[in-house]
Design a protein around this ligand. Structure first.
Ligand code: PHE
Length: 472
């Protein structure tokens, strides 16, 4: 049977922007700054940078090269490489399927906040309990989720070049300008309450200077694992997304160079997000004001914007516009992966597949929304995190449990069954040399699998279990 012509990005810039669009998301904006504040400031930055250039680079290279070489999406790619490994494609497919349900819910929250600032009611968002009463409401979170999902579906429906690439080309430079603008503004902040003066530049020092206080070897391991799991999520690797995007890259593109740019872009945006958020929170609430995860973006920051006075409305609006750009391009990559995989399996056209996936995603997302009212519960995860809801549980299974497992299996498969040469050949298929091939070989065969095993055991709660056996 003749193969249907597949879609592709028009050139390497199109690919870099679309992939960076996937990589830059709430992970960069609400998770990275929080981890830096919690894990020793500059110390975390250094650890993160080293890990991105080694582990992040290895995982990203593997995914994209698999996609381009097999010209398949995750579901088929692994089986096409070796028929005994087809199961890995199925496990990989589960991750975007799970993430899709809650990412649209978060996208809905962002949309709601954007609208709140747009209509000039930003100070309401700064009131205690605003976020909680919004997400626990029965209807509003569903409505905003549907708006966000419809926007995502429309871009995916338009296709790879006319939808995803075109949208990323417009939005990513915009995102970049907005984040630089807000970060610079953050540094100029200054607040005095009587004798104490706090400035943005002091906040910058808190962000950049390594804080070694209380860093024991076991604490250092904790920091290492935090950075490692952040890298997965942030680079969108080990979930089939970069395999799909890789399959859209033309053969003449220098992959090594493009991947370097994606790593750089993702890390730089995370760095800027920290530079924007940490000084601002520091100036208005001290470092204790830094809460984790959604709390940071939807609770702490609106308070900071409110404290800025009238200009806060504009900064808040710019901020949430930037976050919408970031979440939308990420959600598009998740949905594209689901649609593209299913199109292959069911042999349906894009239009029909988009419709089906949108309906399924909407159903899943409604269930996640109900996790804050009808299905409300609080559980403690194996990692020891207490008071978690449905969204956190799904996030835990997909990101903390499945992703390290998938990476571990992928490393074993690529490093030992297919051999690194298989990837290196693809990296050099365009005629350019793959400069980091020595590093890649060592990383994929030895270092990454060991790290993934440790990460998996930690996420599965094995370390906590062992600690409890020894009574401490
Ligand atoms: N990489 C995105 C971020 O940093 C998250 C993401 C996860 C995007 C899964 C797509 C798929 O927020």
């Amino acid at each position: 049977m003749e193969k249907k012509k597949k879609s592709s990005f028009s050139n390497s810039l199109g690919f870099v922007l679309a992939a960076a669009g996937s990589a830059v998301g709430v992970g960069n904006i609400w998770r990275f700054p929080y981890l830096v504040a919690q894990d020793g400031g500059g110390l975390f930055l250094i650890v993160y940078l080293i890990l991105v250039m080694t582990f992040g680079f290895t995982l990203l290279t593997t995914d994209v090269a698999i996609g381009r070489r097999t010209h398949e999406h995750a579901l088929r790619a692994f089986g096409a490489m070796d028929k005994h490994w087809g199961f890995l494609g199925w496990i990989t497919f589960l991750v975007p399927a799970m993430i899709m349900t809650y990412y649209t819910v978060i996208g809905g929250w962002v949309t709601k906040y954007f609208v709140t600032y747009l209509t000039g009611s930003g100070s309401q968002a700064a009131q205690d309990g605003y976020f909680n009463s919004f997400i626990t409401a029965p209807v509003a979170p569903v409505v905003f989720m549907l708006i966000f999902l419809a926007a995502t579906a429309f871009i995916v429906y338009r296709g790879v070049e006319k939808g995803i690439e075109k949208f990323s080309r417009i939005v990513m430079p915009g995102l970049f300008l907005l984040i630089i603008g807000i970060a610079v503004f953050s540094l100029t902040l200054r607040v005095s309450d009587g004798e104490n003066v706090r400035t943005g530049l002091q906040g910058l020092a808190v962000y950049l200077i390594p804080n070694m206080e209380g860093v024991t070897p076991s604490r250092f391991l904790g920091i290492l694992l935090d950075a490692m799991s952040q890298i997965f999520f942030s680079l969108s690797v080990s979930m089939g997304i970069m395999i799909t995007y890789g399959s859209y890259v033309k053969k003449d593109v220098d992959l090594g160079k493009s991947l370097g740019r994606i790593e750089f872009f993702d890390t730089f945006v995370a760095f800027l997000a920290g530079m924007m958020i940490i000084p601002a929170v520091y100036v208005f609430s001290g470092t204790e004001g830094m809460s984790a995860g959604p709390g940071l973006m939807f609770v702490s920051l609106p308070k900071v914007f409110d404290a800025m006075g009238p200009v806060g409305t504009i900064v808040g609006l710019a901020f949430f516009l930037m976050v919408i750009f970031a979440t939308l391009t990420s959600c598009v990559s998740i949905m594209e992966t689901l649609v593209a995989n299913c199109m292959e399996v069911f042999r349906w056209d894009r239009k029909k597949m988009c419709l089906v996936i949108t309906v399924l995603a909407a159903v899943g997302a409604v269930v996640i929304c109900m996790g804050y009212n009808v299905f409300y519960f609080e559980v403690t995860l194996p990692t020891g995190k207490a008071g978690q809801q449905l969204l956190d549980v799904v996030d835990y299974i997909s990101n903390s449990f499945l992703m390290p497992a998938i990476s571990l299996l992928t490393c074993i498969f690529v490093g030992w069954v297919m051999k690194p040469k298989w990837i290196i050949e693809e990296m050099e298929a365009s005629g350019h040399t793959f400069t980091r091939k020595g590093l890649y070989t060592v990383m994929i065969r030895y270092v990454t699998p060991v790290m993934m095993l440790i990460l998996f055991l930690q996420s599965a709660g094995v370390f906590n279990l062992v600690k409890s056996w020894f009574g401490k």
